[in-house]
Ligand binder design. Structure first.
Ligand code: FAD
Length: 453
């Protein structure tokens, strides 16, 4: 009722939807495990519109949840009482600055929109995730990891600057040299400290074709040994691995995929290095980078054929390299992991960067690490089994020192956030008070302090 009354005061209310079909459409995210019906959905069409909306929410004390493409899994973009803000209309992508290797994009643009603009110039964002339909603001609010993260880290580490509307309705530019604290807290900040409205994205040069080499491994040791060598591969190399469920008496295998970009007529004959320990080399595949979506390399969604009849309690964990060995060895022989049979699992090597965005929950170490993703798919009728996913994730954390990548499925009602964010938790409280003093950004996700609520 408070929201309904406050809506009368809002000048952009023409673009505020309250009909039941719209509210239902915004009551679920990708995983479809959480349902929260908002009071209204706002779709600002410009940054001034958004500022007006934030100012109104702050004045009236109305909670809002920011939403890009809604691929989150734990209700990050949902709230029961308040307004969901759909940012997709803020989707302008600027001209490519070839010399600076930079493009500016509004937060509601998708990575596909950005690639469409940059590829004709022979450039692409330094890191792309497996999904092209996610928004710039959405992945910069969680991390953004992919096949070039072994060289560049996360997407949040590859932005030159961000324009952010704070919870006070102020538009602020931030970067590593300007308003650094805001820059640090909004990157991987789960939409808790401000609205990213624009990002200056760093680009890399791309070649038009990719030759993909695939290697199979029976042993985690051999896999990790080879993978470590590939970490020194040239620019234009993509590294991703996956492991498949054990079926019947078949042994599990790790498969490493190495993609090497090249110009036509300069096809690489082998992925370097040559002295690999793999048990099997599979035939290579050539694809065009331009003109189709190979730039996104692996498309998880197409692997899984997502549908409304299933729920997707996906979890990803950061592992220190040696702890990943301890985890993968028993997993390969079926000695660990009841969830192993639930779907394909991926491994992304990541460069360690102690100075990258502090709210990425991986260890602040300079050593390379691995992101291991488990992607269960459960029929809606068995959705309660997602509890098993939560307890399995906890086992991985306890036994192997892994930490959660926070876009995925979390039991937010029970998540011990101070433990998750460790040393950063009290700093986050301070930042919350500074940038969201009225506590408007999704209070149903994290329970952070705000001074005036
Ligand atoms: C099929 C699939 C494949 C995926 N593959 C990968 C992968 O390869 N690598 C990887 O790293 N991740 C991957 N993810 C995770 C994905 O990157 C995150 O879920 C990401 O947040 C999705 O972006 P979105 O636009 O859908 O964000 P949303 O789900 O809309 O929002 C995510 C979070 O960001 C906040 N937010 C959204 N926009 C803004 C903004 N402008 N300002 C501030 N906060 C904002 C929201 O409030 C929420 O907390 C995948 C997810 C799916 C479903």
């Amino acid at each position: 009722m408070k929201v309904a009354r406050a809506l009368q005061q809002l000048p952009i209310r023409a673009r505020m939807a309250t009909d039941s079909a719209t509210l239902a459409a915004y009551s679920r995210d990708f995983a479809r495990l959480t349902k929260r019906l908002p009071d209204a959905v706002a779709s600002p069409q410009s940054v001034p519109d958004l500022i007006e909306l934030i100012t109104w929410a702050a004045r009236e004390g109305i909670p809002i949840a920011l939403r890009g493409s809604g691929h989150s899994q734990a209700g990050h973009t949902l709230l029961e009482s308040g307004v969901v803000v759909d940012l997709r209309a803020l989707n302008h992508v600027g001209e490519v600055d070839f010399d600076a290797r930079l493009v500016e994009a509004e937060a509601g643009a998708t990575w596909a929109d950005v690639v469409e603009r940059t590829l004709p110039a022979g450039l692409a964002p330094r890191v792309l995730t497996s999904e092209h339909a996610t928004s710039i603001g959405g992945t910069l609010s969680v991390g953004g990891l992919g096949g070039t993260s072994f060289r560049y880290g996360a997407q949040v580490g590859n932005v030159a600057y961000l324009d952010v509307v704070t919870g006070k309705g102020e538009l602020v530019r931030c970067s590593s040299s300007q308003n650094r604290e805001l820059f640090d807290v909004v990157r991987a900040g789960l939409g808790q400290f401000g609205v990213i409205v624009r990002a200056g994205l760093l680009l890399r040069q791309v070649k038009p074709r990719v030759r993909t080499f695939m290697y199979a491994y029976d042993s985690a040791d051999a896999f990790l040994e080879d993978l470590r060598q590939f970490l020194h591969a040239d620019e234009g190399t993509h590294l991703l691995a996956h492991f498949t469920p054990i079926t019947g008496s078949e042994r599990a295998q790790l498969r490493l995929t190495v993609g090497i970009e090249h110009f036509r007529g300069a096809e690489p004959e082998y992925a370097t290095p040559r002295n690999l320990q793999c048990s099997k080399t599979l035939p290579f595949v050539d694809t065009e980078l331009f003109g189709e979506d190979h730039i996104f390399f692996f498309r998880y969604a197409s692997w899984f054929g997502t549908s409304a009849e299933f729920v997707y309690p996906w979890v990803d964990h950061y592992f220190a390299w040696d702890r990943a060995r301890e985890y993968l060895s028993p997993v390969l022989t079926g000695r660990f992991s009841p969830l192993f049979k639930m779907g394909v699992n991926t491994i992304i090597p990541i460069v360690g960067d102690a100075d990258a965005a502090p709210l990425l929950t991986r260890s602040g170490s300079a050593e390379p690490m691995l992101l291991v993703g488990l992607f269960p798919k459960l029929p809606v009728a068995l959705a309660d089994l997602s509890e098993m996913v939560v307890s399995y994730a906890k086992r991985i954390e306890d036994e192997f020192g892994a930490s959660r990548y926070l876009y995925g499925f979390l039991d937010t009602s029970r998540t011990a956030w101070p433990t998750v964010f460790r040393d950063h938790w009290s700093w986050m409280q301070e930042m919350k008070r500074r940038y969201d003093p009225f506590g408007i950004f999704n209070p149903e996700l994290l329970r952070l302090a705000s001074s005036t609520r």
